[in-house]
Ligand binder design. Sequence first.
Ligand code: NAD
Ligand code: WQD
Length: 343
Amino acid sequence: MSRILVTGGTGYIGSHTTVELMQQGYDVTIVDNLSNSSVDVLDGIESIVGRRPDFANIDCNNYVDLDGVFEQFADIVGAIHFAASKAVNESVEKPLLYYRNNLGSLITLLEVMREHQVHNLVFSSSCTVYGQPDAAHLPVDETAPIQKALSPYGNTKQINEEIIRDEAYADKHLNATILRYFNPIGAHPSALIGELPNGVPQNLLPYVTQTAAGIRKELKVFGNDYNTPDGSCIRDYIYVVDLAKAHVKAIDRMLNAKKRDQVEVFNLGTGHGISVLELINEFQNATGKKVPYSIVGRREGDIEQVWAEPRKANEVLGWKAETPIAEVLASAWKWEKHIRKIN
Ligand code: NAD
Ligand code: WQD
């Protein structure tokens, strides 16, 4: 059995990916400093899989600690690097924290991987690197131009991608897969793991589920005067379990493909854009729960519309996002009910 290091593995996407990796027979060692997750997530993973991942409570910026993990688990064959700070607003207020954490953790991981001759890295990037693609680049594929980041958070993703390319140029043994996620949503169908809310949600779906649960009075829809069919913004919402499966495909490919580019980039989305108002409607239909909302002004820095051209991931990784949106939204609601202990 091969072992994968999952940094940020008790987080939202990392925990779902750990489940899929273990269910496909991989051993997993999680490293996480629990800055944005709980150690209880390990119980959820164990309940789903029937095995517990190995876990080290360490900061990825700490070379000595990370080195110790590679010493202890000499069978690590690859790493998936989720560990990062991800709140866009906070990154505007605390840019240095974001540059230190998101750049430092990747650099440290690459140093330790090189030291231990672990040659396979999967990196969590974001569709934020495309900014607002022009009409000719919608749906957006991997060749669309990278645009100046709108936040320090977004900039860390761009710089991280450059660091990976530079290191791969310098070290021909290093294989890297950069995955650009669109908008991950939903929770494991068991409702044993999901997204843990931290304060007032900034992202749309956690706000929707909290409003449906009565925790928030109403959802504010940021703008209905965009140049889209119903005036609200369009995104490509991708089910977190589908997204997790793409990571397993990426690891399989790095370990098994006879021929691949040293650095490969994949867009991970469904290929379908839906608007904020459509998402609210779909949620109400899927769950029978009403979501009170009002239209307010635009949110500063919002992209009008972006959705993925996922063909490269479909064809090269052999991966496709297939879960119907109604099922995805129902999973998010089931999770919200689980954490709020409501029926
Ligand atoms: P998350 O906050 O739930 O998970 C990140 C995990 O990393 C957390 O458990 C946190 O405790 C841990 N962590 C942070 N800094 C660390 C450090 N220095 N050392 C060890 N652990 C550390 O976030 P997520 O939504 O699961 O995102 C995972 C990755 O995917 C991030 O890199 C994020 O930028 C990227 N991403 C997320 C989205 C999204 O909308 N959720 C979209 C695109 C890309
Ligand atoms: C989606 C849509 C809002 C909340 C952010 C990051 C991006 C990526 C994913 C990591 C937009 C609207 C939202 C609300 C609303 N993360 N909305 N009312 O903006 O696409 O991307 O998360 O890489 O980097 O910027 O996602 O969920 O915040 O918003 O109307 O209360 O919902 O205007 O159109 P976004 P989001």
